[in-house]
Every structure is written in C-alpha cells, then in structure tokens.
Design a protein around this ligand. Structure first.
Ligand code: DGP
Length: 115
C-alpha cells in the first residue's frame, strides 16, 4: 500500500488535512511542524507510507537520501547556516507519528547531548 488512509501524514500528503507546505518533490513532502521546537521546525516525509526511518532505509536507501537532500534545500531557503536533523525511531525515544519523518530544526542554538 502506498498510503495508509488511517495515517495523519498520509492525510497531509493527500491534502485531506491542511499543512504549511514548504517543498514538494516527486517523492518528498516538507511542511512546518504544528508544535515547533525552534524558529524553523520542518518535517520532511516520504510520499509513501512507511512506519519509521529504519524501515524506510530498508525499503529505499535512495529515498532516505532524498529526504536529507531536501532538508539541505529547505535549510538553504530558510536562510539557515546550520541545522539539526533528527529521526525519532520508536515510541521509547519520542516517535508519536508512525510515518517516517525527518525533523529539520534551526534558528537557535542547540545543546549536545540532546535531551
Ligand atoms: P515525532 O514525535 O518524532 O513522531 O514527531 C511528530 C511531529 O509531528 C511532532 O513534532 C508534531 C508534528 N505533528 C503532529 N500532528 C501534526 C499535524 O497535524 N500537522 C503538522 N504540521 N505537524 C504535526
């Protein structure tokens, strides 16, 4: 199945739920996070339903690379000179939407190690 009708992010891909979209390519959609954790907080998702980044990497190493390239393009268009990218993989580390997504965060300083 390409999309899951029960999935929140698939509904955004379909246009059934509105989102502030910043980039759309053949295989990637990027939109602003509804609860931003930084001045720039954008989610980049594959336009195919896959549960998490680990499954996406197995399905298509090319597609997971496309997410990283799209993140770089969005960071540039947002005027960021540096940025953080995060995949939360699994509920135990905070994944709450089970459609693979890359967080792109920037516009403030970040601590390391992350919390
Ligand atoms: P994670 O916790 O890693 O699964 O991140 C899920 C992110 O999705 C979280 O930062 C909030 C965001 N989010 C949840 N629901 C919506 C929504 O309806 N629209 C948008 N734009 N973002 C959402």
């Amino acid at each position: 199945m390409d999309l899951d009708p029960q999935c929140l992010f698939c509904k955004i891909i379909e246009g059934d739920i509105p989102a502030d979209i910043v980039l759309r390519t053949a295989n990637v959609l990027a939109f602003r996070d509804i609860t931003p954790q930084a001045p720039t907080h954008i989610l980049l998702i594959p336009t195919v339903h896959v549960e998490n980044a680990a499954e996406l990497a197995k399905l298509s190493p090319t597609l997971i690379g496309e997410l990283m390239i799209a993140a770089q393009e969005v960071a540039k268009s947002e005027g960021l000179d540096g940025y953080r990218t995060v995949f939360n993989t699994g509920a135990s580390v905070g994944q709450s939407v089970f459609h693979a997504h890359l967080h792109l965060l920037g516009g403030r300083s970040f601590a390391w190690p992350p919390g």
